[in-house]
Write a protein that binds this ligand. Structure first.
Ligand SMILES: [Zn+2]
Length: 374
């Protein structure tokens, strides 16, 4: 599947290029004022795209955050919004945070935005909403889908290993998201969208099969990962909700995020937390038969058998430099225990965690899980 062609269907110009050479994007930017948003890490990476923009007749307005890792909060968004007042277009040179900030600022200004991806670390490139921190809380705000996503595989390949690992965590998580969705369909009658689920599943499978190439640093691995990260957004557009891309593992990650925010500490990468949540979800699925039977359980057991083992996922994440235990994240065992019992309440959405918590299975599961993953 050609990611550029697929993206076009969703109104996104996902353009693969090299050395700042992105003809479609540059042509559309000619004669425009383009705000190029960077941080300390991505400023050097932005040089080639900036000179290409200037060379093709665009007027570049630079905005560089003088931090290594700015936070996607109201202050950062406001800075980008203000700087964007004079621009026709906002281009983030970054990954999670700067992409979120530009999507939101562009949305507030009613101006198009895009991203030059510097790391394949999360699946927010193609999503129309953006997670932001406001008054110390994580809030999902409306934003816009990036108009252009500029992809240079040599740049993505050179991203910090843990950021690549985080992207893989966010993708392997989809095995659980899709299974959570299916068991909800079986047990609660929730609507299930086969087209969205199949599109996501195929992309996850292709990414999973390319993991050895990814670990070796080969371009093919990064390509399959980036494809899956983009497709995740498209699958959500098709289903009209985040079901194909978010399940219990994301609820666990959100629960932990709130703990970091409360303590005023830097939040670990999204995909890193999601990867650990995925290991827990997989454990829950594979141990389900040890708990009392319930109506519809046979179908759920069948779904569980198709899933990889927790250790398979953790081994991959570990080889990409990601933490493989919650204790490595800097959270207390007590918090992780609370997460197991309470994360399912974060969203009114049935998952394997809801199944365990509402049937009293978690009472017996929590300690073995903590022993294995904390
Ligand atoms: Zn995610």
């Amino acid at each position: 599947m050609d990611i550029g062609e697929l993206s076009q269907k969703f109104g996104v110009n996902a353009e693969v290029g090299e050395g700042g050479n992105f003809p479609r994007f540059l042509q559309s930017a000619a004669g425009k004022k383009v705000l190029v948003v960077t941080d300390e890490n991505t400023l050097p990476i932005s040089q080639k795209i900036v000179s290409s923009l200037e060379g093709s007749g665009a007027h570049v307005l630079p905005l560089s955050f003088a931090e290594r890792e700015p936070v996607a909060d109201e202050k950062t968004v406001e800075t980008a919004r203000k700087a964007g007042e004079k621009a026709d277009y906002l281009l983030a040179v970054g990954a999670g945070t700067l992409n979120d900030v530009c999507k939101r600022a562009g949305f507030l200004l009613g101006k198009p935005s895009g991203v030059f991806a510097t790391a394949p670390s999360m699946d927010g490139f193609t999503s129309g909403v953006t997670p932001l921190i406001e008054k110390g809380f994580k809030i999902t705000r409306n934003a816009q889908v990036a108009k252009d996503i500029l992809i240079d595989y040599s740049v993505l390949k050179a991203a910090p290993r843990m950021m690549i690992g985080a992207g893989v965590g966010d993708i392997l998580a989809k095995y659980c998201c899709l299974t959570d969705w299916r068991i909800s369909h079986v047990l609660t009658g929730e609507e299930y969208n086969t087209e969205a689920a199949n599109l996501m599943y195929e992309a996850v499978k292709a990414c999973d099969e390319s993991v050895p190439a990814l670990i070796k640093g080969e371009e093919k691995g990064v390509e399959m990962l980036m494809n899956a990260l983009l497709i995740s957004g498209y699958a959500m557009v098709i289903s009209g909700n985040s079901r194909p891309a978010s399940g219990a593992e994301h609820h666990m990650s959100h629960f932990l995020e709130m703990d970091f925010l409360r303590r005023g500490e830097r939040i670990p990468l999204h995909g890193v937390k999601v990867g650990l949540g995925t290991a827990v979800s997989l454990w829950l699925y594979h141990h389900l038969k040890e708990f009392p039977a319930f109506e519809g359980c046979e179908e759920v057991y069948e779904e569980a058998e198709k899933l990889p083992e927790s250790q398979y996922v953790l081994q991959i994440l570990g080889s990409l430099g990601c933490p493989v235990r919650f204790s490595e994240l800097g959270v207390s065992r007590e918090t992780v225990k609370k997460m197991l019992f309470e994360a399912y309440k974060i969203r009114d959405r049935f998952t394997v965690l809801t199944l365990y918590c509402t049937r009293g299975f978690m009472e017996r599961a929590a300690e073995p899980i903590l022993d294995e993953f904390y």
